[in-house]
Design a protein around this ligand. Structure first.
Ligand code: MOS
Length: 741
């Protein structure tokens, strides 16, 4: 029997997306809507000493100027909780405009509201603010001396230090040491849709149209900040134009939009500008990682020491978890991972695609490549010699693995073994040609709370499934029709997925590659419940041909329930009983974090580069990725996610950087002209192999997720290829022209 799951179904909203009729949250009009602009601090540290809005009020259409002098105080700042855990998820434990203190450049210090966007923007530029500036620390270099070791990072969810065995003893035993310091530029998310919120009050009830990875996260956070009941806040977010972590935590603008709308008595839209996306919705922190590998002369790891140093905000101990997958990839008895932080005048860093692992695995996989070269072993062979049969961190078995097959199939498709391992061995005209590979690992984390959905089958056979999740850009709405169709036993064309509304059953924010797994589990639960309910009704119905059969013997195909020779369609049964529809809800309770399994998604990445050594140019000529993401619900959307991740890895390796001007404490590259991301002209041929390994642990359909794994390791494969081409080991991201001259 063919199933809808596994078919390369086209996106149900594809036409809407490409024609622009799919509306982002701030494109939804509201009657009488006013427009708000936020004003960011021009200093990195100090105080606002005076606000002069007289020129602003000279302008036509101005409705409000909100600053710390008149913005109503927030009710409470909720604790920082990663948005996968079902609580409020503020981007930082700081809410602006409560006093005159400036903690970082770009900090929101005023909101100007006017009747049109242009008037608000112009008026906001006329607001005069005087500051008293104090010394700031904004870079690792400035703050190195004051680094501290936090008890925990990542909102308290991960320890600041982990160890197994005796790392010093392991390093002493080693025949070979590889030691390097890796530097990573800060990164910013550059989703097509900038962040924004439209707030509409109706009496004491608030409706928010918000660009968010989780409507429930927005609802919980704004309710806590404003001190209003959850039942009075509805959040709607149908289509999200990319987010990559920037819309995972809930930054200040949704609550500011609500406060502004209350102040002017009209709906207010507050959309961040592109430049404000660099200062008001989080970033991946600048970081330095020192990684030391010890190995025997035949390449077996005896020790891995991995230390990370990075700036965080004045309020939160946040570091992206770079020491996670890298601590689990290889069997290594002696390990030490330590985070160190610097209190800096920046906002709290946040999730950004491949959070943690795309940098941590870069360091590890570049070091493994170096080790392979030092002992003269093929890089894949070295990785196989250190293959982890169980999770070396916990000792638990893997819920599923597939890494060896990723190496095999990736290498075969790429043509890996054609290479001469010697660097600088291949030249085409001015170009030095190199190939490189890296392993990839990314957690398949279970969400912290139950995930819910609701399904309704109408008497005409059409199906609607509802869950609160937005279509966050991956094709989730398409894939959920496939999940519903199979569980109910109906054609996929009959199913529709409604989404993005807190009035629907709750789904945690789609974070950490968990979206498809947790939402499909909820949809599967609801539609399975509905099928069982319909079968139970038929079996109990004296008018049904199925009356009295064992429910367990009933199969449903194409909307027809069949047991042996007896059969009846769902629709016949409902119509005979004068029922317009049947409905069921379903809940998936995640297995929890303390299951006796380790859940990582694995992959292997390969890249070929051409480097012009006189110009320092790097061109990525082709990339191959092989991934074992559990069950593949839709190969078309899965490939698209993985390809996007791999091309992101290219950008991280060669392009993406935001640099801090330490003198002013302000970001330098805050525009799409200065902050480079991969575009079509950079994109090489990308080949993708899907290794489907069954996983019965992570969730009912065995989906481990593809949101991040495509990116992890792609950057290291490119850096390793650059080394192979040139003989230069560049331990940083991005690798720029200067590094190769
Ligand atoms: Mo994703 S970067 O964990 O939102």
């Amino acid at each position: 029997m063919t199933t809808a799951i596994g078919q390369p179904l086209e996106r149900v909203d594809g036409r809407q997306k490409v024609t622009g009729t799919a509306r982002y949250s701030t494109e939804i009009p509201a009657p009488g809507m006013a427009h708000a602009c936020v004003v960011g601090a021009r200093i990195a540290s100090g105080r606002v000493t005076a606000v002069d809005a007289s020129d602003v009020w000279e302008e036509p259409g101005v409705l409000a100027v909100l600053t710390h002098e008149n913005l109503p105080k927030i009710a409470a700042q909720p604790p920082l909780v990663p948005s996968l855990f079902g609580g409020p998820a503020p981007g930082e434990t700081f809410f602006p405009m409560q006093d005159d203190v400036v903690h970082y450049g770009g900090q929101n210090i005023a909101v100007v509201v006017a009747d049109t966007h242009e008037r608000a923007q112009h008026a906001a530029a006329l607001l005069r603010i005087d500051y008293e500036e104090s010394d700031s620390v904004t870079t690792i270099e400035q703050g190195r001396d004051q680094a501290y070791e936090p008890e925990a990072i990542f909102a308290g969810f991960l320890p600041g230090r982990t160890a197994r065995g005796d790392v010093e003893a392991g390093l002493t035993q080693a025949d070979v040491l590889v030691d390097g310091t890796f530097d990573f530029a800060a990164n910013n998310h550059n989703s097509l849709e900038t962040s924004g919120t439209t707030a509409l009050w109706d009496g004491d009830e608030l409706l928010l149209y918000d660009g968010t990875q989780g409507v429930n996260a927005t609802q919980l956070t704004v309710a806590a900040l404003l001190g209003i009941p959850l039942s009075k806040i509805r959040v709607v977010s149908h289509f999200v134009g990319g987010s990559f972590g920037s819309k995972a935590m809930i930054w200040h603008h949704p609550a500011l939009a609500a406060l502004a709308a209350r102040a002017v008595g009209r709906p207010v839209k507050l959309a961040l500008t592109r430049a404000q996306m660099f200062t008001s919705s989080g970033h991946r922190e600048e970081q330095e990682q020192r990684l030391t590998l010890g190995a025997t002369s035949d390449g077996r790891l005896t020790a891995l020491r991995h230390h990370k140093l990075s700036p965080t905000s004045p309020f939160d101990d946040w570091a992206e978890p770079s020491l996670s997958s890298a601590a689990q990839m290889y069997t290594c008895p002696n390990y030490e991972g330590v985070y160190r932080l610097i209190r800096a005048n920046t906002m709290t860093p946040t999730f950004m695609r491949g959070p943690g692992d795309s940098t941590g695995m870069f360091a590890l996989e570049c070091a493994m490549d170096e080790l392979a070269g030092r002992i003269g072993v093929d890089p894949i062979e070295l990785r196989l010699r250190n293959f982890a049969d169980v999770d070396p961190a916990s000792g638990h078995p893997w819920s599923s693995n597939g890494l060896k097959e990723c190496y095999e199939r990736g290498a075969a498709r790429f043509g890996w073994y054609d290479r001469d391992p010697e660097p600088r061995a291949r030249r085409e005209g001015n170009w030095l040609i190199g190939t490189g590979m890296a392993a990839a690992g990314y957690p398949a984390p279970p969400p912290g709370t139950p995930q819910r959905a609701r399904a309704r089958l109408y008497a005409d056979g059409s199906v609607v499934v509802q869950a609160a999740t937005p279509e966050f850009g991956t094709g989730v709405a398409t894939v959920m029709t496939q999940v519903a169709a199979d569980a109910l036993g109906v054609p996929v064309e009959h199913c529709r997925f409604e989404k993005g509304d807190t009035d629907f059953p709750g789904i945690a924010a789609a974070v950490g590659s968990a979206g498809a797994g947790m939402i499909s589990a909820a949809v599967h639960a609801a539609t399975t419940e509905l099928r069982e309910q319909l079968i139970a009704e038929a079996v109990a119905d004296s008018g049904s041909p199925l009356h009295g059969v064992n429910p367990a013997d009933v199969l449903v195909v194409d909307g027809t329930m069949t047991a042996g020779a007896a059969s009846e369609t769902y629709t016949d049964m409902l119509r005979r009983n004068h029922r317009p529809d049947a409905e069921a809800s379903g809940t998936w309770k995640p297995p929890g974090m303390d299951i006796p399994y380790a859940t990582l998604t694995f992959g292997a990445q390969f890249a070929e580069v051409a480097v012009d050594p006189e110009l320092g140019l790097v061109r990525v000529r082709r990339m191959t990725g092989a991934f074992a993401p559990g069950r593949v619900l839709n190969p078309r959307t899965v490939r698209s996610q993985l390809m996007g991740g791999m091309l992101w890895g290219l950008g991280q390796a060669l392009l993406e950087a935001n640099y801090m001007d330490a003198g002013t404490g302000r970001w330098v590259n805050s525009s799409l002209g200065d902050y480079l991301v991969t575009v079509n002209a950079d994109a090489p041929e990308v080949g993708i192999e899907l290794v489907e390994v069954e996983d019965t642990v992570v969730n009912p359909l065995g989906v481990k997720g593809v949101g991040e794994i495509g990116q992890v390791g792609a950057n290291a494969a490119i850096a390793n290829a650059v080394h192979h081409a040139t003989g230069r080991r560049v331990r940083k991201m991005p690798i720029t022209i200067e590094d190769l001259l």
